[in-house]
Design a protein around this ligand. Structure first.
Ligand code: TTP
Ligand code: MG
Length: 359
């Protein structure tokens, strides 16, 4: 049985701002959202009491909470704190999978510090974070990633929560389907339409029924609802590639529409790359036509792409090298390959391509 801890900092950007400016202490604060059209990145718990939330337009937040103090983000400071907490995790285990600057999974089945209950380790990590950064974190402990992440959210802020295997089914039965791993808003609507609104609805099915009614992903959701999640904790070092893809609701025709889709993928990929801290130089575009023919195009850049603009440019470049003679059902954009940190050549370095027929 594995022992997994999920650690997530409390009101991360806002907590850092409060720590560094005592005049803000206890006041409702929002990081970001101060400009005319900006959105709130996060809010302190004092501001959340007024309903202020992440991704909310600043103007709306100010209406909900007239005393709200808007603070400009300081990303360099957040990154530095993120490095500090990762260094703390590394004292207990090498198996750390960062999900973003403020969040990570740790596999502490065999901790570097010797055998110990995972809950004790989680509590020691929280103490070290508080002592060394002046910030609080919440931790969740369980036998897998999905349950550990649920647990870290249950007693926020400054929480420590364990979900034991014998309690998993009960906790999961009341969990709305939208909070299951792999369920975005569109999938949630589809599942709800199929009568699956929460964990209990999945628990009422057999695995075979879940697959028959919900398709290939049905098995994954069914297992999650039964407390089964075998996904390993993956450190950045094991990672060979990272990609994102979209299957369109309606097949796309023509370069303008495809360019726009590539731009969207580039944004998402850039965000994921930054979160994972993953750098690699080969950019791959994957195109699936309406008749399921799969084409991939690759280009190798002189240095790892460091933002959506570079990725979008590479993606558009690859799009023009592909024979697109029919409507497009799916586009994917990814990076992989060996990190080239020393080459300083002009980009693109070279192009390779392959086309596979998967009719
Ligand atoms: P979260 O961990 O989702 O939020 P949080 O740490 O502010 O609050 P808590 O975990 O206690 O609920 O995100 C971590 C940081 O990521 C957050 O401080 C700001 C940033 N962020 C954004 O910039 N935009 C967003 O939409 C979200 C959700 C987070
Ligand atoms: Mg957080």
């Amino acid at each position: 049985m594995r022992k997994i801890i999920h650690v997530d900092m409390d009101a991360f950007y806002a907590a850092v701002e409060e720590r560094d400016d005592p005049s803000l202490c206890g006041r409702p604060i929002a990081v970001g959202g101060g400009s005319a059209r900006g959105v709130v990145m996060t809010a302190s718990y004092a501001a959340r009491a007024f309903g202020v939330r992440s991704a909310m337009p600043g103007a709306r937040a100010a209406r909900l909470c007239p005393d709200l103090v808007f603070v400009q983000p300081r990303f360099a400071v957040y990154k530095a704190v993120s490095r500090e907490i990762r260094a703390i995790f590394a004292r207990w285990t090498e198996l750390v999978e960062p999900l973003s600057l403020d969040e990570a999974y740790l596999d502490v089945t065999e901790p570097l510090t010797g055998p110990a209950p995972a809950m004790i380790i989680a509590s020691e990590i929280k103490d070290a974070i508080r002592a060394e950064t002046g910030l609080t974190a919440s931790a969740g402990v369980a036998v897998n990633k999905f349950l550990a992440k649920l647990a870290s959210d249950m007693e926020k802020p400054d929480g420590l929560c364990v979900i034991r295997p014998k309690d998993a089914m009960r906790v999961l039965s009341g969990l709305p389907i939208g909070r299951f791993h792999g369920v975005g808003p569109a999938t949630a609507r589809r599942l709800e339409a199929a009568g699956i609104a929460n964990g209990a609805d999945l628990q009422a099915l057999t695995e075979a029924e879940a697959i028959r009614r919900l398709g290939r992903q049905g098995g994954h959701f069914w297992r999650l609802a039964h407390g089964i999640d075998e996904r390993p904790v993956e450190t950045g070092r094991d990672r060979k590639s990272l990609s994102v893809e979209t299957t369109f609701a309606r097949d796309l025709n023509g370069l303008p529409a495809l360019d726009q889709a590539v731009d969207g993928l580039a944004e998402e990929l850039a965000r994921r790359l930054a979160q994972a801290g993953f750098r690699a130089t080969t950019v791959t575009l994957k195109i699936k036509s309406h008749d399921f023919r799969l084409t991939t195009r690759q280009t190798t850049l002189a240095r790892p792409p460091d933002g959506a603009a570079v990725l979008a440019e590479a993606g558009r470049h690859l799009l023009r090298r592909a024979p697109i003679d029919s409507p497009v059902r799916l586009l994917g954009l990814g990076v992989g390959g060996i990190t080239a940190s020393t080459t300083q050549l002009h980009l693109p370095l070279d192009d390779t391509y392959e086309t596979t027929d998967r009719k």
